[in-house]
Design a protein around this ligand. Structure first.
Ligand code: SF4
Ligand code: ZN
Length: 753
């Protein structure tokens, strides 16, 4: 019996199971009982997207069952859906609809989280949007829908790690088998057609365990954060893989429900996904895989089953059998045309973009470097005599300090290369942050002379030492910027005196860099630069960097944007032509607004650079400072990230950050860099530096020179002393009293509102 027969058989089993559940549910709840997945506007999304049919109630399922039966028995074709005369595809499509119905019915009136703590079920729309945008932008390579199981826990863990490192989401559903025999076609199982035992995929003497359970057994963290997503314990849960894809197409691709031509094309071209069936292949799995083939997903199987071409759809086979597990990821990527730069980073922990968002809490921390309690800085410079691959640790290492200890840290990266330029230094330096964050169990925040790293106990136990920080930086600079750098050497200092010395040297370099940008103005250039680096976690946020306003993290100046574009024109920084001026005082240009609208996926239509009151720039979350209005004082406060206490707004920095971050406009509040405070364009539409009535002491002192220069230019040479800090006042009323006492110029400025 050929595979089309097996697909048809599998689909028929879905139908039996769906019917049985439906009858049971109908008896218990009646036809008007609502039916659907939690928190989605897309109903049962596969059915909705392909046919336009919105299943809202139990009664609506009757139509689906009928249509599915037509498709499976290849009788009179459906009026709603006739994309292909291919019986295999049609039966597969029916299987997916039925799987979706089965999933919805299973949850009807039951606990919404299927199968306890392990299985996640359908993503709600919020999760789908947050994750879907990564596919749309290409920050992930694609997804693989895995069913079955690997021959061992270890093999499963290795495969998952490989997928993670290749930036693939792994969607998991269905049980598998532990099987010692070589896998052959004879393992393909027959499916019981008895209504209440719709499938019985037991291989005598084998223990069932799914891929997801293998990963859990192997101590791998599952969830959307790690891109290893366990949807459900049976093969029907694969409806959620395709359900995710079709919703992304409708949400981001503007695909109308029922427009299956566009739907299939969109998913094939934009989502770059495939199916992987591990171990023996059942009829049920084949049917689901045939369903996925409609959406352009090829299936890769480890079993030696017949390969099936898909006439009329493409010349590529939809099922690629007999692929050894160890080649699976590579092979799939080849078949699917997924382009990935594989970075081999020699560290004893997993490495890949999946670990970027990871936070390491104090109770699982092995060691802290820099941060609030110790000096920390990083500096990348061009140098002579660089020996490629040399990594030196000068000072105590992980093993020299007890659990939970803090060390100062200075990271010196020296590079050389034919195409390397001095202007590129700061761009390369910023890569340190992104590179280190991709290691599992390692977390890096900040930049320049304020960095903070944490290493987890698990990473330390796996053998991670300070040397590996250097190994990561070395490997990534070669992999990402190999055209620019030929040689990279890294020195890590952990003795206080060395760190302080490096910090002083670094500060002189930072000053020099800042001065170079200091002579440029917003008027003098035709182009600004965008920065999309933070879209991986704030999908609707885009930084726009002008000569007089650096990126809000403080790491990117306009010159950096320019250099970064010069290094890689397909990278995160793009030039934006300012276009026609909309408002000179507020700082708004047509070209910039159009760019922001697009980059924010339509959520932000306009930004004004020079005010925080009206359409201020959005923030990801990396801002060095937050400024906000103090209505009573007719002024603004500016707080820096390191300030632990309250601000006169009645909120501390953490609360403010929660409000201001995430890519939304919050008029009256704005995140920005420290350097921006000294800019001629700082809040220039709101009265400039003279509007600042309160500032955290550390920031006020650190920026004294810049603030004084700006104040002199504004005709108030004694202004710096008139800014209140937490030492003078914390409540807004107290700030006002202080302002009156010192005669603060903000009191004379035009009313803010
Ligand atoms: Fe780029 Fe802005 Fe993120 Fe800085 S905060 S890395 S400038 S997107
Ligand atoms: Zn950011």
């Amino acid at each position: 019996m050929g595979t089309p027969g097996a697909v048809r058989r599998g689909a028929a089993a879905y139908l039996h199971h769906a019917r049985a559940l439906y009858q049971e549910a109908l008896g218990a709840h009646g036809p008007s009982a609502p039916l659907g997945f939690p928190r989605t506007i897309y109903h049962l999304p596969i059915i909705f997207s392909v046919t336009g049919w919105a299943v809202r109630t139990l009664g609506d399922v009757a139509w689906v069952l009928e249509e599915a039966e037509h498709l499976i028995t290849a009788e009179a074709a459906s009026q709603q859906w006739t994309p292909s005369p291919n019986a295999l595809l049609e039966a597969g499509m029916a299987a997916l609809w039925l799987a979706e119905v089965i999933q919805a019915l299973t949850h009807l009136g039951l606990d919404p989280s299927p199968g306890g703590d392990m299985w996640l079920g359908a993503a709600d729309d919020a999760v789908m949007r947050a994750r879907g945008v990564e596919f749309v932008e290409g920050s992930v390579a694609g997804f693989v829908a895995v069913s079955g199981a690997a021959p061992s826990v270890e093999a499963a863990v290795n495969l998952a790690r490989e997928m993670q490192q290749k930036s693939l989401y792994v969607f998991m559903a269905g049980e598998g088998w532990e099987c010692d025999e070589p896998v052959t076609a004879t393992h393909a199982l027959h499916v019981s057609h008895a209504p209440h035992v719709p499938y019985a995929p037991h291989v005598a003497g084998s223990r069932q365990i799914s891929f997801a359970e293998q990963l859990r057994e192997g101590g791998v963290r599952l969830g959307w954060e790690t891109r290893l997503v366990p949807f459900g314990p049976d093969v029907f849960a694969h409806a959620h893989s395709i359900g995710f894809a079709v919703r992304v197409a409708m949400a981001f691709g503007g695909v109308e429900p029922g427009d299956y031509h566009r739907l299939f094309t969109y998913i094939k071209d934009r989502l770059r996904a495939f199916v992987a069936v591990l171990g023996p292949v059942t009829d049920l799995q084949l049917a689901a895989a045939a369903g996925a083939a409609n959406f352009g997903l090829p299936a890769i199987a480890t079993a030696n089953i017949p390969s099936v071409p898909l006439p009329g759809v493409s010349s590529e086979p939809w099922m690629v059998p007999h692929v050894p597990l160890s080649d699976l990821a590579e092979r799939a990527i080849e078949v699917r045309g997924i382009k990935i730069v594989v970075t081999d980073v020699p560290v004893p922990v997993a490495y890949g973009p999946a670990f970027v968002g990871e936070r390491i809490r104090r109770d699982v921390m092995r060691l802290e470097l820099g941060g609030p309690e110790a000096h920390g800085c990083e500096l990348l410079v061009m140098a002579d005599g660089v020996k490629d691959g040399r990594v030196m640790v000068v000072g105590p290492d992980v093993d020299d300090r007890p659990v939970g200890a803090t060390l100062p840290v200075g990271i010196l990266v020296e590079v050389a290369g034919h195409r390397m330029q001095k202007d590129f230094e700061s761009v390369l330096e910023r890569r340190i942050h992104h590179s280190l964050n991709e290691a599992e169990g390692l977390h890096h925040v900040g930049q320049r002379d304020s960095i903070w790293l944490r290493l987890s106990r698990a990473a330390a136990e796996a053998g991670f030492r300070l040397e590996h920080l250097g190994r990561i930086i070395h490997a990534r600079l070669h992999a990402d910027l190999g055209e620019i750098v030929d040689r990279v050497q890294v020195t890590l200092f952990t003795d206080e005196k060395d760190v302080v010395a490096l910090q002083e040297r670094a500060q002189a370099v930072y000053r020099e860099r800042d001065e170079r940008i200091g002579s440029l103005t917003d008027e003098a250039v035709d182009e600004f630069y965008s920065c999309a680096l933070c879209q991986s976690f704030a999908p609707n946020h885009i930084c726009i960097i002008t000569p007089e306003r650096s990126g809000l993290c403080g790491a990117y100046s306009w010159l950096d944007g320019k250099a970064s574009f010069g290094i890689n024109s397909a990278g995160p920084n793009r030039p934006i032509t300012k276009g026609r001026m909309v408002d000179e005082v507020l700082g708004s240009w047509e070209g910039v607004n159009a760019f922001v609208r697009e980059a924010s996926h339509g959520t932000v239509g306009r930004i004004n650079f020079y005010t925080l009151l009206d359409h201020p720039m959005t923030s990801c979350g990396c801002f060095e400072c937050i400024s906000g209005v103090l209505p009573m004082c007719n002024g603004v406060f500016t707080a820096d990230r390191d300030h632990p206490g309250m601000t006169p707004s009645g909120m501390n920095f953490t609360t403010l950050a929660g409000m201001v971050g995430g890519g939304v406009q919050t008029p009256g509040f704005m995140g920005h860099s420290r350097a921006y405070v000294g800019s001629r364009r700082f809040l220039s539409a709101d009265g400039g530096i003279l509007r600042v009535v309160w500032m955290t002491r550390r920031l006020k002192e650190a920026l004294r020179t810049e603030i004084e220069a700006a104040a002199v230019a504004a005709g108030h040479p004694d202004f710096w002393d008139k800014i209140a800090s937490e030492d003078d006042a914390v409540e807004e009323e107290e700030v006002l009293e202080f302002l009156i006492r010192v005669g603060h110029p903000a009191l004379e400025l035009e009313p803010l509102f």
